[in-house]
Design a protein around this ligand. Structure first.
Ligand code: AMP
Ligand code: FE
Ligand code: FE
Ligand code: ZN
Length: 279
């Protein structure tokens, strides 16, 4: 059997409701599923309820964007429970930072000649974590671009005319807050950090020392060689090799729950090892 420890729902920028993500995981025959929406736990209750009536292990989670000098670092947080808590409270602030940034991005998009409004954006967002993918959806709806990717490539990606940064947690701060909330962390899709193969070890060694639990060795965008390299590295550093599809529904066409782009297989041991790290 296999697991999928990285998925998105309409609580953030996925296009399937949380319960549908669970249905897809069951249909794929998965042993465990984690829902990891960006900066929000608002999909967890629905997903957990759906998972409770079928035979699948469910892991509550979120995905954070954190500060790192060399590139884009995302951190998956596992076993984080909805409600109050050190990290949970910071998520509220991060979503407020998103809301402010979205206003600034929409203003830049308009100045670039695309007359969308915040209402147009919010019509594409079902949850409380709104971001660039929903702005892209509004642009696609107006016929300005064929899909989300094209809107990012032209306007929304870092370095493009409508890009605006937003406040993020530091990587160490995120690990500390997750620990204080009784949760575990894993570095998402390490290929985006901007490191070459030989530089991963030092980075992950430092983060492991700071309390990191895992690295996402198995990801849709990793070549089989990179998956193997990162799995060995995780073992060497005493970290758990986690993995997932990064499913976003039609937001990332061609990516499926469990199998990613078709060749993903995250072993059951990823979930078992992760769970065994809970204190
Ligand atoms: P935000 O959270 O507003 O910063 O938007 C980041 C999200 O947009 C990521 O989690 C991806 O789902 C999506 N994204 C990032 N870069 C691209 C891209 N180049 N094309 C399409 N989607 C992207
Ligand atoms: Fe996303
Ligand atoms: Fe990510
Ligand atoms: Zn993701």
């Amino acid at each position: 059997m296999a697991v999928d420890l990285h998925t998105h729902s309409t609580a953030s920028d996925g296009t399937d409701p949380p319960s549908v993500v669970v249905e897809r995981a069951v249909a794929a025959g998965l042993y465990a599923l984690a829902l990891t929406d960006h900066d929000t736990l608002s999909g967890i209750e629905e997903a957990r309820r759906a998972a409770s009536v079928v035979s699948i292990e469910f892991v509550s989670g979120v995905e954070l964007s954190v500060e790192w000098p060399t590139g884009s670092m995302h951190m998956l947080v596992y076993f984080l429970e909805p409600g109050d808590g050190p990290l949970q409270d910071r998520l509220t602030e991060l979503r407020a930072g998103r809301d402010e940034r979205n206003v600034a991005i929409v203003e830049r998009v308009r100045r670039a000649g695309f007359p969308i409004t915040m209402d147009d954006v919010l019509r594409h967002a079902a949850g409380d974590s709104v971001g660039r993918p929903h702005i892209a959806d509004a642009l696609v709806e107006q016929g300005a671009f064929p899909d989300r990717d094209a809107a990012f490539a032209s306007l929304l990606a870092n370095g493009r005319p409508a890009y605006v940064p937003r406040p993020r947690l530091g990587a160490f701060e995120a690990i500390d807050l997750a620990g204080a909330s009784g949760a575990l962390t894993s570095i998402a899709h390490p290929y985006t950090i901007g490191l070459n193969r030989n530089e991963y070890r030092e980075t992950f060694r430092i983060l492991a020392e700071a309390g990191l639990t895992g690295i996402e060795a198995y990801h849709t965008e990793h070549t089989p060689e990179l998956r193997e390299h990162l799995t060995h590295l995780a073992t060497d550093l005493g970290l758990v090799a986690t993995g997932g599809s990064d499913y976003h529904g039609t937001g990332k066409p061609g990516v499926h729950v469990g199998t990613g782009k078709g060749d993903l297989h995250v072993p059951d041991s990823a979930f078992d090892q992760l769970r065994s790290r809970l204190r």
